[in-house]
Write a new protein. Structure first.
Length: 122
């Protein structure tokens, strides 16, 4: 499969999984601030690795991954129906802490900026 097609399919899958997650009623998933960070689709589109992050931290993301793994069949069926793919990839959910790391980096930059403003004021 051409590179542009793989990236397009991965973005489509990311968009649909994000919508499906909002509809799930599993208590491990529902009501959490989950983000689909990225989706890596294999070159033959038979496998897709879905990276999930939570604003509550990596432990919440790991708990959500357990719920999403339990609902993999439903999510895969919905993705296949919504995207009309010839072959719907097998989904593997992975907890990712990139949102948490980005938030921590933002806080550190903000603190550094506040410190430099204090020293400029003195």
């Amino acid at each position: 499969m051409a590179g542009y097609r793989v990236s397009r399919v991965s973005e489509d899958i990311k968009r649909e999984i994000t919508a499906i997650i909002r509809e799930l009623k599993d208590p491990r998933v529902a009501g959490k601030m989950l983000t689909v960070v990225r989706v890596e689709v294999s070159s033959d589109a038979s496998f897709a690795k879905v990276f999930i992050s939570d604003f509550g931290g990596i432990e919440n993301a790991k708990e959500a991954v357990k719920g999403l793994t339990a609902a993999t069949g439903y999510i895969r069926r919905e993705v296949g129906q919504r995207l009309h793919l010839r072959k719907t990839p097998e989904l593997k959910f992975v907890a990712d802490d990139s949102v948490e790391r980005g938030f921590n980096m933002f806080k550190k930059l903000d603190e550094a900026e506040n410190r430099s403003e204090k020293t400029d004021a003195d």
